[in-house]
Design a protein around this ligand. Sequence first.
Ligand code: PGA
Length: 241
Amino acid sequence: MKRIICRDAGEVSEIAAAMIAEQIFRNRESVIGLATGSTPEGLYGKLREMYENGDLDFSGVRTFNLDEYYPIRKSNDQSYDCFMRDKLFSHINVKMENIHIPNGECSDPAEECIAYEQMIAEAGGVDIQVLGIGLNGHIGFNEPERELRMDTHPTELTASTIEANSRFFSSIDEVPTKALTMGMGTIMRARSIILLITGAHKAAIAKKIFSGVVTTEVPASFLNLHPNTTVLLDEAAASEL
Ligand code: PGA
C-alpha cells in the first residue's frame, strides 16, 4: 500500500479528486467505485467543482457504489441512494443508466447481490474504487468476522457500526441493522483503490492497517495484499503511524 500523508482533509479530497480525474482522462468510460460516509464528501465537492469548471466530463463514466442499507426506501434521506444523488450525481452529467447502487428496496436480497456482482463483471470490473474505513476496520459493510465473504452479499451490521451511524438518524432504533455490500473479493478485484482516512478518531485504526498484519478482524488490512492501493491520510489520522 502506498501511503500519502496530507496536511488536512481538504488536501486528501484534492488528491483523491485528481486521481479520479486522471482515470477519467485516460478512459472517459471508466468504471468508478464510490463510497458513502462523511469522509468522501469533500472529494465529491471537488469533483462537482471540476465538472462545473468544465474540467471533467462524466458523460461516459459508469459508477458502482459499495453498499446500501437493507431494507430502505430510496426516498429515505438516510439511504445511500439519496446521499449519492444529493452529494454528487444530481450535480454532474453522469447518466442515470450508468449509476449503480445495491437496491435497498429489492424483495430478494440474495438475488439482488448476485445480479449486482454480475453487472460489475459485465462492465469490465472497477477501474478505481474509493473507500472510507469504519472505526472497526470495515470497508463497505464487510465487518470484522472470523470469515469474510468474497462477493456482493447481504450482511448484518455490527453494534459498533450501528452506534457510529446513529449520528445520522434521529434515534439508534432507526438505524437499519442489515445491508447489501460488495464483498472483499469485489473490492480487491478493483484495478486500483484509494482509501481515505481523516480525523484523529481514525488514528488507531490507521495504525492497525499499517501494522504488517492481515486479519479478518480488520477487513481493511487485506488492502495490504492489493497491488495498487493508495492510502490518503490527513495528519490527524496519521498521528500514530
Ligand atoms: P465515515 O464512515 O466516513 O462516516 O467515517 C466510513 C465508513 O464507515 O466506512
